[in-house]
Design a protein around this ligand. Structure first.
Ligand code: ADP
Ligand code: MG
Length: 336
């Protein structure tokens, strides 16, 4: 299929965070309102992502984890108008090569759930009845174990990989208003500890309080959400007069239409403007910032890198100008 070859690309799953990201995005694509990420040993032993979404219908079970199998893309033209997170059909097939993957799923119309297991090449090798409410659970056992060198690296840098995962989950927790996102971790025979827990039906401010705490959010303000043509910048920033003693670069989250992305130029503008407007006491600090750029699907391109973190913005200069205006408004008002 021509479609398949044009979007074919290299490695999708680079680390623990990208593995979990793909599963969380699949849950969001399935319309879930509750998503639970359950980890054992910080994700090295077991990662489970359970959702209450649409489930997977039986005609999809056999091909689910085959390369380039997706239920989300009808034609290449759809890439332009993309609204779901997934569209390459690469995540589950890539994961099969890296871990023992199983899927337990049930659609609302099925009388019971089924547990499906797949081999390294994504072929269905096992099916067994399983109790489950409607929705899907994907389990990854011993991530990276089939690649001994990668696995050793993973275990050696486990804390760092885990920290990166938490930052990523924070991004989804903040932006996924109306979705309950939970993350728990169990170490040894210890109790399961909850590391993230937002509420169903929550606003972005509620989610921010869950992630950062009441005190931090009290020092932040909502951006004046005025549309600039077909664009809208929404979010929260810490006040210029407050400053934040420690480096807050791990508390800057950028999104395009609710999709977490890396926007280095936005970060640079944000920090420079903040520094220039802050009082000298706070001049070494960076602002906390949550920025969601809402724009038409044809004004940007996420199909640039396999992990879809990089976006190509067709009118980047204009967007940065708009951002500068919005920030000056927010920080100018806060200082007077
Ligand atoms: P993509 O998301 O790009 O379609 P994936 O490899 O991530 O590719 O998933 C393959 C297919 O498996 C999806 O198109 C979807 O049909 C199904 N799927 C995966 N996870 C879920 C889930 N949590 N709920 C429902 N369907 C799912
Ligand atoms: Mg996907």
């Amino acid at each position: 299929q021509a479609t398949v070859h044009r979007i074919a690309s290299g490695q999708v799953i680079l680390d623990l965070a990208t593995a979990v990201k793909e599963l969380v995005e699949n849950a969001l694509d399935a319309g879930a309102s509750v998503i639970e990420v359950r980890l054992k040993e910080y994700g090295s032993e077991l990662v489970e992502v359970a959702d209450n979404g649409a489930g997977i219908s039986p005609d999809n079970h056999a091909s689910l984890a085959l390369k380039h199998h997706t239920s989300k893309l009808e034609a290449f033209g759809d890439l332009q108008a993309l609204s779901t997170f997934g569209f390459r059909g690469e995540a589950l097939s890539s994961l099969c090569a890296l871990t023992d993957l199983s899927v337990t799923t049930r659609t609302p119309s099925q009388p019971a759930g089924v547990r499906l297991t797949y081999d390294r090449r994504g072929r269905l090798i096992g099916q067994a009845a399983a109790a489950r409410a409607a929705g899907t659970t994907v389990s990854l056992k011993d991530l990276f174990k089939p690649l001994p060198v990668r696995h050793k690296e993973f275990l050696r840098h486990l804390k760092r990989e885990y920290a990166k995962l938490l930052t990523l989950l924070q991004a989804y927790a903040i932006i996924s208003t109306g979705v309950r996102l939970l993350c728990t971790n169990q170490v040894g025979a210890g109790a399961r500890s909850t590391v993230i827990s937002t509420q169903e039906g929550s606003t972005m401010r509620d989610n921010l309080i869950t992630v950062f705490g009441t005190r931090t959010v009290g020092a932040m303000e909502a951006l004046p959400s005025t549309a600039q043509g077909s664009r809208l910048i929404e979010g929260f920033v810490s006040r210029a007069s407050v400053g934040c003693a420690r480096s807050a670069s791990d508390r800057q989250f950028f999104f395009v239409n609710g999709r977490p992305v890396d926007l280095p130029k936005v970060g640079k503008l944000l920090n420079e403007l903040y520094r220039s407007l802050s009082t000298s006491a706070a001049s070494a600090s960076k602002p906390i910032a949550i920025l969601n750029f809402v724009m038409p699907p044809d004004s940007f391109d996420v199909n640039v890198t396999p992990d879809k973190r990089k976006v190509f913005l067709h009118e980047e200069a204009g967007l940065l100008d708009s951002l500068q205006m919005v920030l000056q408004q927010a920080w100018g008002a806060a200082q007077s």
